[in-house]
Design a protein around this ligand. Structure first.
Ligand code: GAL
Length: 665
């Protein structure tokens, strides 16, 4: 269940603004254009450290006060970034050890960003000083509504201090070297450690146990770094202010659930890069971000048409970004901020898309953002107090994903692609899903899908078992339940602790160099990349949906997909990685069996999602992701709010069209 943390109960639209790039005499024109665009928020200062603190402890906040005042006078509120992603030259030359060491042992050069070592005490001290000063100064400002910590955390450092801290972390985690040696099977290749100081930092491929702990250690380092900032920021926040960080979707550098625990709001930066928007996969990233806190979220950055860093920086089609914005809102976004307002004349991102060009005039895209802002304002009161609802959840797990990415076993096996293999047919069938942590509560769901949940713990097994016993439908897939929390193989067959629940076990897994046939009465197709040979344990309660056909001899005639009746619920075990058509059929069987229905039947390429207010009012958002007109039949009359229309039984959507509906009457 998603909740809505939006204290202002408003939809937000705006941009990243860098007044420090421009003479102050220009600001009035920028702000006039923002006001004319209908913007109500800007994010500022996340890279402005050298302007805010030109030398140690000497703060220059007046310019930012004046920018905030001028924006406020135009009705535009401010999100402030703490500027720690861009530690200035004076700081790094004062503390050269605060520059991170890359995996080749070289110091990261000054001149880009995120060049810091996240554990550096001097860097922490400087962070505390600037954040405390900013918090004390800007925290009370009524026009500062929220804070973003740093910007897109991503750096990993390999310096000796980090290595020492990693060893200390391991002491805390394992207690004794015996326990560590045992958990990591260090007798293998004579890796046995007789002193903590011998343990290396992870560079490249390594012992799987060490690799997983290094990711957890990296997560902890960023949690600690956030705390340095939160400790001085929180006391200065006004009621309703929030703190976020702009995450990067499926970025794999740390456990995002841990990182979000101490934040108030999740947000992410959404870029298409080369090509065009694919709603059947970006929907998953919105849902992922919503699942970080199980609350609505912000799109803190998105491209105003084009970027500068992709192989081909093509422009989104006219109308595509507007559609993307509504698609995000339908998945629980409460804010859309374009990156950035105006192209800077210098710096690394000169060619990036923006709303205002180098000459200071609006680009053609500006007018699309303006139209979007107008529409968002029209329905803000209606939509902003609502959040998406879903009876289906997909489980996401960083430990399992890391483990699989390091040992793919088939070069093409990708955790996210496999995840999307389950997400996509649901999106295409207009079945709303949540994406939540594999350790989240499953209360309220009818259907839970756990793609490649490789790492299995007693607690996870207990929770999944209780979910099924209570009447839920659980879908387990290939690569499930193979390892424990230290990334060691469990000494049992897959799905390990879930075998009783699944009623089957995996006798063998096969990486496939060619597709193998899969056939059953209800579902048929081929499996690619991977196949698991299932052995039925509970013959009485198992239904076999499909067997493998003739292929490598080992799989011939063996069960590929099963369903097990357990308690009041049922468990699917899917050993095959089906082709698109087969997967769609299978997902239809699963959703129908679980009593999950689409919100509305819509033509291919049209998505329908609902947001519900605390009072139970349903807002239906329809997005046409095709470049053709589409027509939907409506079960009952509706009011369409963007065009102010009453619709009896048909909804016509123009190419890339959007509709916001409520029940008529
Ligand atoms: C983001 C970053 C922004 C800007 C943008 C360009 O990753 O947070 O500062 O660089 O990319 O696409």
């Amino acid at each position: 269940m998603t909740t809505n943390p939006n204290p202002a109960k408003r939809l937000w639209v705006g941009a990243a603004y860098y007044p420090e790039h421009w003479p102050e005499s220009r600001w009035a024109e920028d702000i006039r254009l923002m006001k004319e665009a209908g913007f109500n928020v800007v994010r500022m200062a996340e890279f402005a450290w050298s302007t805010l603190e030109p030398s140690a402890g000497k703060f220059e906040f007046g310019w930012l006060d004046r920018a905030i005042d001028a924006l406020a006078a135009a009705g535009i509120e401010v999100v402030l970034g703490t500027p720690t992603a861009a530690p200035p030259a004076w700081l790094m030359s004062q503390y050269p050890d605060s520059l991170a060491l890359n995996e080749h042992g070289q110091r990261v050069q000054f001149g880009n960003r995120c060049h810091y070592c996240v554990t550096s005490p001097e860097f922490h001290q400087a962070t505390r000083r600037i954040v405390a000063a900013m918090a004390g100064h800007f925290g009370p400002n009524p026009h500062v509504i929220g804070w973003q910590l740093d910007n897109e955390y991503n750096r990993v450092c390999t310096c000796d201090r980090c290595r020492g801290l990693f060893q200390q972390y391991l002491v805390g985690h394992y207690g004794t070297l015996d326990a560590l040696n045992q958990a990591w099977s260090t007798a293998y290749w004579s890796q046995t450690y007789s002193a903590w100081e011998q343990i290396p930092i992870q560079i490249g491929g390594h012992n799987p146990g060490l690799m997983l702990e290094f990711k957890r250690f990296t997560t902890q380092n960023y949690v600690n770094f956030q705390r340095v900032q939160l400790d001085v920021l929180r006391p200065q926040l006004k009621p309703g202010d929030w703190v976020t960080h702009n995450f990067m979707g499926w970025f794999l550098g740390f456990d995002h659930y841990r990182m979000n625990e101490e934040l108030d709001l999740a947000s992410w930066d959404w870029y298409v890069g080369t090509g065009h928007h694919d709603y059947t996969t970006t929907g998953a990233v919105h849902d992922l971000t919503r699942g970080f806190k199980r609350q609505n979220f912000w799109v803190m950055e998105t491209q105003p048409g084009s970027v500068n860093w992709s192989p081909v920086n093509n422009m989104l089609n006219k109308g595509e970004a507007r559609l993307m914005a509504w698609h995000a809102i339908s998945h629980g976004a409460d804010a859309i901020l374009y990156w950035q307002w105006r192209s800077a004349l210098g710096g690394q991102e000169q060619y990036h898309g923006s709303l205002v060009d180098q000459s200071g005039q609006p680009r053609p895209f500006y007018y699309e953002a303006q139209a979007l802002a107008k529409d968002m304002r029209t329905v803000s009161d209606l939509v902003a107090d609502s959040a998406p609802v879903s009876a289906t959840a997909l489980l996401n797990d960083y430990d399992s994903r890391w483990s699989i990415q390091w040992q793919r076993h088939h070069r093409d096996f990708d955790y996210v692609a496999h995840f999307n293999h389950y997400y996509r047919p649901l999106a295409q069938a207009n079945i709303a899903t949540d994406v939540v942590s594999a350790d989240a509560s499953l209360d309220g769901y009818k259907l839970v899908i756990a793609p490649a949940l490789l790492i299995m713990t007693e607690e996870r097994a207990r929770r999944l078992t209780a979910f099924v016993a209570g009447g839920g439908t659980l879908v387990l897939t290939l690569r499930t339940g193979m390892k424990d929390a230290t990334n060691a193989l469990l000494p049992v067959r897959q799905p390990g602790l879930l075998s009783d629940l699944a009623g089957v076990e995996v006798e063998e897994y096969y990486a496939l160099n060619e597709p193998v046939p899969v056939a059953g009465k209800e579902v048929a197709g081929t499996s690619s990349q991977w196949a698991e040979r299932l052995k039925v344990l509970d013959t009485e309660h198992i239904h076999i949906l499909a067997h493998y056909g003739n292929c490598n001899g080992w799989l011939d005639g063996q069960p590929a997909i099963t369903r097990h009746a357990y308690g009041k619920g049922q468990v699917y075990m899917i050993g095959a990685y089906l082709d698109t058509g087969g997967q769609a059929e299978l997902m239809k069987i699963i959703t129908t069996g679980a009593g999950i229905k689409p919100v509305l039947n819509a033509p291919a390429g049209v998505e329908v999602r609902q947001r519900v207010t605390p009072a139970g009012k349903i807002i239906t958002l329809v997005t046409n992701h095709t470049r053709e007109e589409q027509v939907l039949s409506l079960p009952s009359p509706v009011r369409e709010h963007l065009g102010e229309k009453y619709l009896e039984n048909l909804l016509k959507l123009e190419p890339y069209g959007v509709a916001v509906l409520t029940q008529a009457g």
